[in-house]
Design a protein around this ligand. Structure first.
Ligand SMILES: *Cc1c(COP(=O)(O)O)cnc(C)c1O
Length: 426
């Protein structure tokens, strides 16, 4: 028995399921989780000393690969001055100014501690601003685990096969309306049936929690138009896509401007950080300026801010970084597509920029329903094969692959060899 198996036996005695987030569980791939101890660049090493090429990248934050030295040294330097003061600090101003200076649709921003918090707060602001109560979301989109958003969710909830969650009251979700991803008409129908009542539409501009599901051309533009006509706010949940597809996220990549945006993952550089922002008149609803209450003991703490702003600064100054990341991603995904064709595999590969998912279905994957058609038993087999051959993927069909710019040509080539070996073995 390896050290991971030993640790897991111990972990399940004290932690529900042995993990602090369900997406880390290996139950549906029929294994025990690998316990990791260190990571650098594209590699992650488990407690038995096995080294893997890592395509989780902490679920996105590690866009420069693990243990980026510049980020680490700024964090260590900040630690010397104390971990948290619970007061206003200079670095919070630097972070907010940097974001507002470089993201045209963000005039004001509030820092929080997770993507969940960012979304929960943005929805509250949208309701406060519009004086309306209903929210439209899309099936298969994950917006964190706040009560109102645990309806037709993707990510871990989808993997667990639980439709929603116990403990969420009908009252908490009665104002959450669900439309079909990539189906504008389904959203338009909700607007007609709830005229004057919809505060906001929230969407992952690229679905990345039901596996990767890109928006069809016109989908995001159509949502913008629906919101304008219905006097509702458009919220892009850019917790994954923000600073990944482009510095300005999916909004920049697709050229569609949301009223509010939520960030997480990359914005913390590996520390627990989230943020929400948007137009000044909307953000001025937030307490203590306006009547929408939202607070946080550790929000904007100097250590998290040091990690976050350093990562954002590197991303911004190395403008070629996105070109480079997309070239590397295209090498991986483009070649995988060719292999699928060459070996006549009945699979779909969805990808946008550095995000991608292999679905085990012949059917095109465009929404929650078609994503669920993927053969998760076949996925589990693929997952195990990849892991055994040194490739660390998310242990779920419904999570994305995340590339970093440290996934260089040799790393991509090694990955493709394993993918090809798996296809050959079929
Ligand atoms: C991860 C994620 C969240 C939740 O962020 P946490 O930091 O895990 O709370 C929200 N929205 C999207 C799109 C996400 O991918």
């Amino acid at each position: 028995m390896g050290r991971s198996e030993e640790l897991f036996k111990e972990a399940v005695r004290y932690i529900p399921g042995g993990v602090n987030s369900p997406v880390r569980a290996y139950g549906n791939v029929g294994m025990t989780p690998r316990f990791m101890q260190e990571a650098t660049g594209p590699y992650i090493v488990d407690v038995d000393g096995n080294r893997y090429i890592d395509y989780i990248c902490s679920w996105g934050p590690m866009i420069f690969g693990h243990a980026n030295q510049e980020v680490l040294s700024k964090v260590v330097a900040a630690c010397q001055h104390g971990l948290s003061f619970g007061t206003a600090t200079e670095i919070e101003v630097d972070v907010a100014k940097f974001i507002c200076d470089h993201i045209p649709h963000v005039e004001m921003v509030r820092m929080v501690n997770s993507g969940t918090e960012a979304v929960m707060s943005a929805l509250r602001v949208a309701r406060g601003f519009t004086g309306r109560e209903k929210i439209v979301k899309f099936a298969g989109c994950y917006h964190g685990h706040s009560d109102a958003m645990l309806v037709s969710v993707g990510s871990g909830v989808m993997t667990a096969g639980v439709p929603d969650s116990l403990g969420v009251t009908k009252g908490a979700t009665k104002d959450t309306l669900t439309a079909t991803y990539n189906d504008l008409e389904s959203a338009a129908d909700l607007f007609s049936a709830n005229e004057g009542e919809i505060a906001a539409v929230i969407v992952e501009p690229v679905g990345a929690n039901m596996g990767v599901v890109p928006p069809k051309p016109g989908f995001l533009e159509g949502l913008r138009k629906l919101c304008d006509e219905g006097n509702a706010l458009l919220i892009f949940d850019e917790v994954i896509t923000g600073f990944r597809l482009a510095f300005g996220g999916a909004a920049e990549y697709y050229g569609v401007t949301p009223d509010l945006v939520t960030y997480g993952k990359i914005i913390g550089g590996g520390m627990p950080v989230g943020a929400y922002g948007g137009r000044r008149e909307i953000m001025e609803m937030v307490s203590p300026v306006g009547g929408v209450y939202q607070a946080g003991t550790l929000s904007g703490n100097p250590i998290a801010m040091a990690a976050g702003i350093t990562q954002l600064q590197i991303l911004h100054r190395s403008k070629d970084m996105y070109t480079r990341l997309n070239v590397l991603s295209q090498q991986l995904y483009g070649e995988m597509e060719q292999l699928i064709e060459q070996y006549h595999m009945p699979y779909q590969l969805n990808h946008v920029g550095s995000l991608g998912s292999l679905f085990f279905t012949e059917q095109e994957v465009i929404d929650y329903g078609s994503a669920k058609a993927s053969d998760t038993v076949a996925f589990a087999e693929y997952f195990r094969f990849m892991l055994e051959h040194g490739i660390h993927l998310a242990p779920s069909q419904f999570e994305a692959m995340f590339l970093s710019c440290m996934h260089e040509e040799d790393v991509i080539a090694e990955t493709l060899n394993v993918v090809e070996a798996f296809f050959k073995s079929k």
